[in-house]
Design a protein around this ligand. Structure first.
Ligand SMILES: Cc1cc2nc3c(=O)[nH]c(=O)nc-3n(C[C@H](O)[C@H](O)[C@H](O)COP(=O)(O)OP(=O)(O)OC[C@H]3O[C@@H](n4cnc5c(N)ncnc54)[C@H](O)[C@@H]3O)c2cc1C
Length: 498
C-alpha cells in the first residue's frame, strides 16, 4: 500500500466512514483482526436518542465477537414476541421468540441504543481502531491502489479500502453514483419514547402492532423504565401539530395514564424501503443504511447493517493480508443483497398490512386473518430458534445450498465455542482419521480443525445437523459453508490465483 501521510492524517488499510452502530461494528471487527482502521464521523458523540429498539440473536453473537457482551447483554431485555391486533385488540397474528437459540442467546432483545452504540464504539477503539471525530467526509477520489478521502477540515486521508457506513443520506453512496431500488413505501410516523414513573406497569410485555385504520400504532416494551409508542400520521396531518403535548398525551391515553409518563423524546420519521443497486465500486463498499433502508416493523434495519459488517470484515481482512484475491469481495453483495431484500420486502409487506387506513379494507383484512387464526387453532406459536425466520444468504461458492444457516454455538464449562474458534474457519469432522488431504488444505488456509470424536463441544456442533453429517465447514461469520459426508476442498475464491 502507499504509506503516504497526507496532510497530517496517516494512511490506513481501511477507512470506515460513519461511527454509528454499523461503522463501529465494522471498525471493531476489522481492528480485532489486526487491520489498521481509521473511522471518521462528523459527530463527536453517539446519537443521543434511540432509533433502533430491537436486535436479534445473531447480533448478540457479533457483539460477543466484538468482546462487548459483558457491557451490552445486561442492559437488554428479552422480547417474548409480537402480536398484531385489531382496533378492538383481538389478536390477528401472534409471533413468539425462543428464549434460547442456536447461538445460545434469546431470539430477540430490546435495548437502549445510545448505550449500545457507545459500548461497540469503545470496543472498536480498544481493538485499535483510530477514531477521527467531529470531521466530515466531503468526497473521495479512487486510484488504482488506494482511495483518497477529503475531509471537511481541509485534510485528506489515504486508505486501501473505504467502507461507507454513513447512513441513509450517505455522501459516499452519492459519490459512487449508484441508484436505489425504491419499494415505494413512504409513511411518516411519530415515535414517542416515554419514561414510566416508578411502580407503573408497562402497557404490554410483548410488542403490539395495532392495525387500527383510525390510527395505526405500535407499542414497544423497551428495557424498564422506558416504553415506546409509534403512531402513524394520517394523510395530510401536520408533523408539528402531532408533536404538540396535548395531542401526544391524547394519543397515549388509550393505553396509559398520561400522569404516569414523561415524554423523553418525540420525533417524526418517514419510513422507506430502499436498496442500493451497487454496493461496491472499485475500492469502495457500502454497508448498513448507506446500502439499504427499511421500515422498522420487524426491527431489522440496524441488524441488517451489522450483518453486512460481519459478512465483509473477514473477507476484507483476507484480501488485505494477501490470502485471497479481491474477487472474494464480489461475494459480499451477492450473498447479502438477496437476504436484505427479503427482509425489506417483508418489512414493507407488514407495513402495508399495519398502515391500512381504508375502513372497508381493514375490515376485510381482519375478517380473513381472524378466520385463518381460528382455523389454525389457538395453540401458542413455536418460538423462533434464530434460523427459521431469517431469509437465506444469496447463493455462491461460500454458501451451503439453501443459503445458510449459522452453525450452533455450544457452551461447555462456561466456554463458548465461537470464542475457541475466533475469527478462523471451523472444520468439524466426525473423526480426523478420514478426510486427511482436505483437512491439511483447510489447516494451511488457517482453519481451526476440530475432531468430534475427541470433544463433546464439536460433537454437539455436528449433531445439530439433521439429517446427520460427518463434516461441517463454518465460515468466520458462523455461516455454514458445507455440511455432508465428505470434507470439501478449499473453494478457489478463498485462495489467490497465483
Ligand atoms: C424510529 C426507528 C426505529 C428503528 N427501530 C429499529 C429496530 O428496532 N431494530 C433495528 O435493527 N433497526 C431499527 N431502526 C433502523 C436503525 O436505526 C438503522 O438501520 C441504523 O441506525 C443504521 O445504522 P448505520 O450505522 O448504518 O447508520 P447511522 O446510524 O445513521 O450512522 C451513520 C453515521 O455516519 C455519520 N456520517 C454521516 N455522513 C457522514 C459524513 N459525510 N462524514 C462523516 N460521518 C458521517 C453520522 O454522523 C452517523 O454517526 C429504526 C429506525 C428508526 C428511524
Amino acid at each position: 500500500m502507499t504509506d503516504a501521510d497526507v496532510a497530517g492524517h496517516p494512511a490506513c488499510e481501511v477507512l470506515v466512514v460513519g461511527f454509528g452502530p454499523v461503522g463501529a461494528t465494522m471498525a471493531g471487527l476489522l481492528a480485532r483482526r489486526g487491520v489498521d482502521v481509521v473511522v471518521v464521523d462528523r459527530e463527536v458523540d453517539v446519537y443521543p436518542l434511540p432509533r433502533a429498539a430491537h436486535f436479534d440473536q445473531e447480533i448478540m453473537r457479533i457483539v460477543q465477537e466484538l468482546g462487548a457482551l459483558d457491557e451490552v447483554a445486561p442492559s437488554t431485555r428479552p422480547l417474548p414476541g409480537m402480536d398484531f391486533l385489531t382496533a378492538d385488540r383481538q389478536v390477528l397474528l401472534s409471533m413468539r421468540s425462543g428464549d434460547r437459540t442456536r447461538s445460545g442467546f434469546p431470539a430477540s432483545v430490546l435495548f437502549h441504543q445510545p448505550g449500545f452504540d457507545r459500548s461497540i464504539r469503545d470496543s472498536a477503539v480498544q481493538h485499535g481502531a483510530r477514531a477521527l471525530l467531529g470531521v466530515e467526509l466531503v468526497s473521495i477520489d479512487q486510484h488504482a491502489e488506494r482511495v483518497t478521502a477529503h475531509l471537511g477540515d481541509g485534510s485528506s486521508i489515504d486508505a486501501r479500502w473505504v467502507v461507507a457506513c454513513d447512513g441513509a443520506r450517505s455522501t459516499v453512496r452519492k459519490t459512487i453514483g449508484t441508484t436505489m431500488d425504491d419499494l415505494e413505501f413512504e409513511e411518516p410516523w411519530l415515535v414517542l419514547d416515554l419514561v414510566l414513573a416508578d411502580g407503573t406497569a408497562p402497557p404490554s410485555d410483548v410488542c403490539f402492532q395495532v392495525c387500527d385504520p383510525a390510527r395505526p400504532h405500535t407499542l414497544v416494551p423497551m428495557p424498564a423504565p422506558r416504553f415506546r409508542f409509534e403512531f402513524m400520521l394520517l394523510p395530510g396531518e401536520d408533523p408539528e401539530w402531532i408533536q404538540r403535548p396535548e395531542v401526544m398525551l391524547d394519543l397515549l391515553s388509550a393505553w396509559v395514564d398520561p400522569t404516569t409518563v414523561t415524554i423523553e423524546r418525540a420525533a417524526v420519521y418517514t419510513f422507506h424501503g430502499l436498496i442500493a443497486h451497487r454496493w461496491r465500486d472499485g475500492r469502495v463498499l457500502l454497508a448498513g443504511d448507506a446500502a439499504h433502508q427499511m421500515p422498522p416493523f420487524l426491527g431489522q434495519g440496524m441488524c441488517s447493517g451489522i450483518r453486512d459488517a460481519a459478512n465483509l470484515a473477514w473477507k476484507l481482512t483476507r484480501v488485505l493480508s494477501g490470502a485471497s484475491d479481491a474477487t472474494l469481495l464480489d461475494t459480499y453483495q451477492a450473498e447479502r443483497e438477496p437476504h436484505v431484500r427479503a427482509i425489506v420486502e417483508a418489512a414493507v409487506g407488514f407495513g402495508r398490512l399495519i398502515c391500512t387506513t381504508d375502513v372497508a379494507a381493514a375490515a376485510a383484512r381482519d375478517e380473513a386473518m381472524l378466520a385463518a387464526r381460528a382455523a389454525a387453532g389457538t395453540e401458542a406459536p413455536a418460538g423462533d430458534d434464530g434460523a427459521g425466520l431469517m431469509p437465506p444468504l444469496g447463493p455462491g461458492p461460500l454458501v451451503l445450498d439453501g443459503g445458510g444457516p449459522q452453525a450452533v454455538q455450544v457452551t461447555i464449562d462456561d466456554v463458548r465455542s465461537d470464542d475457541e474458534v475466533g475469527d478462523r474457519f471451523l472444520v468439524v469432522v466426525r473423526s480426523r482419521t478420514t478426510h486427511a488431504a482436505s483437512l491439511d488444505a483447510w489447516e494451511r488456509a488457517g482453519a481451526f480443525v476440530a475432531d468430534a470424536s475427541a470433544d463433546a463441544t464439536w460433537a454437539a456442533v455436528l449433531d445439530a445437523f439433521i439429517p446427520a453429517v460427518d463434516v461441517v465447514v463454518v465460515r468466520p461469520d458462523r455461516y455454514v459453508l458445507a455440511a455432508g459426508s465428505v470434507c470439501p476442498p478449499v473453494p478457489p475464491v478463498l485462495l489467490t490465483a497465483g
